[in-house]
Design a protein around this ligand. Structure first.
Ligand code: GLA
Length: 391
């Protein structure tokens, strides 16, 4: 226990404090030489990419690359799973906050129950029914890792592999490449995959995907960021307002496999054609939202397909994509039990949401859905952008 100060040594302490006061004041004002005392953006006026060691896996160095744009927005990406680990954007008072869920260290991302936080997903995002598909009369069995179906590329999808990373000239883009070998997770053909993350001048994170193959194979790549635009202030996204430009969606069975039907959203809880709080109708949807919206857009042009607004922070996120579908998943399987999370936060059910631009789930088994087969000689190309502003 600390000794109780007597009147005499109280005076000594006071004298010492008076002597030290200017230094204490100086330190608290400057916050040390380089420390920032607020969470306002550092306006750098230029792009930069910094690198930080993030651990080792399979004898390969895992690095976290942080891209900063001239107005101070930042995105961090690791070469494990091509995972976005941080996305730091301003709120309406110009305070910066991280709007995606994730872990504090590589160990968190290596946990068996990591729910694909921030990952790249492939070779086929979402589900393939009964874990198999046919190409030219031949059946290809896949890992049945989700109620007898195959989810997110199988046991070791692109979210769990180490990508090669290269900073591109201009300091605003990071290129990730991965060779997915013929037969990997049951898929035919050597698939050369390239993903370029670019942080744009208007606070967008743009993801350009491309791939080529030497055998016909289904390909469906996406990004699996979990957004909560309150940046940790609100534990759920139920008050976020969402708008999706889709008059139709693909209904699913009990294990989230599309029935093949294309149904109207009009007059149903699935209608997000005008902005609506996510919590408004969620209880009417068994299990919460976890469906593919059939986007109204035509063809494969890059168009705005969704908007997400968080009223307290004023943050607004637009989703633009070349894809025909958008999987809106309301974080239904989060249950507050994950450990190693950023700042020890509890990620409760509906603690974040995913807006995964992609082709429709189970397309390889649904001939009426847009084609997902890539043939030798063709190049798969898709672009999705998440653009941030305030209102
Ligand atoms: C996707 C799926 C969900 C769930 C998550 C990962 O969004 O649609 O059903 O599997 O990934 O937990």
């Amino acid at each position: 226990m600390a000794p109780i100060p007597t009147t005499d040594n109280k005076r000594v302490i006071m004298n010492k404090l008076i002597l030290l006061a200017p230094f204490i004041l100086l330190l608290s004002c400057s916050g040390g030489k380089n420390a920032k005392t607020d969470n306002k953006a550092e306006i750098t006026g230029k792009y930069s990419i910094t690198e930080m060691a993030f651990g080792m896996l399979e004898e390969k160095a895992i690095t976290e690359y942080t891209i900063t744009n001239p107005s101070g927005m930042q995105v961090s990406i690791i070469n494990y799973g091509g995972t976005v680990t941080k996305l730091i954007t301003p709120d309406k008072n110009k305070n910066m906050g991280d709007v995606i869920l994730g872990f504090d260290s590589l160990g968190g991302y290596l946990q068996k129950n990591d729910p694909y936080f921030g990952s790249l997903v492939g070779r086929y995002a979402n589900r393939i029914a009964n874990a198999k598909f046919n190409v030219k009369g031949k059946t290809f069995p896949l890992a049945a890792n989700d109620h007898g179906n195959s989810l997110h590329g199988g046991n070791k999808g692109y979210d769990k592999v180490v990508w090669s990373a290269a900073k591109l000239p201009g300091d605003s883009s990071l290129e990730l490449t991965y060779l997915s070998k013929d037969g990997e997770e049951g898929y035919p053909g050597n698939l050369n995959v390239k993903v370029v993350y670019t942080l744009t001048g208007d606070n967008g994170i743009k993801i350009d995907y491309s791939a080529t193959t030497d055998k016909t194979t289904p390909v469906n790549l996406t990004s699996h960021c979990y957004f909560n635009l309150s940046a940790g202030a609100d534990s759920t996204i139920l008050d976020h307002q969402l708008e999706i430009a889709a008059d139709k969606y693909t209904p699913v069975n009990d294990v989230l496999i599309p029935t093949g039907e294309i149904a109207t959203t009009k007059g149903t809880p699935m209608d997000f054609t005008t902005p609506k709080a996510i919590g408004r109708d969620i209880l009417q949807v068994k299990g919460g939202f976890d469906h593919n919206w059939v986007l109204n857009k035509n063809g494969n042009s890059l168009e705005k397909v969704a908007g997400l607004y968080e009223p307290n922070s004023g943050r607004y996120m637009e989703v633009l994509t070349t894809e025909p579908g958008l999987q809106f998943y309301s974080g239904n399987f989060l249950d507050g039990t994950l450990t190693g999370t950023k700042n020890g936060q509890k990620y409760v059910q509906h603690g974040a949401l995913c807006l995964e631009a992609q082709h429709y789930p189970d397309s390889p088994n649904e001939p009426s859905f847009p084609n997902t087969l890539l043939k030798p000689g063709e190049t798969y190309r898709q672009t999705t952008e998440y653009r941030f502003s305030v209102k």
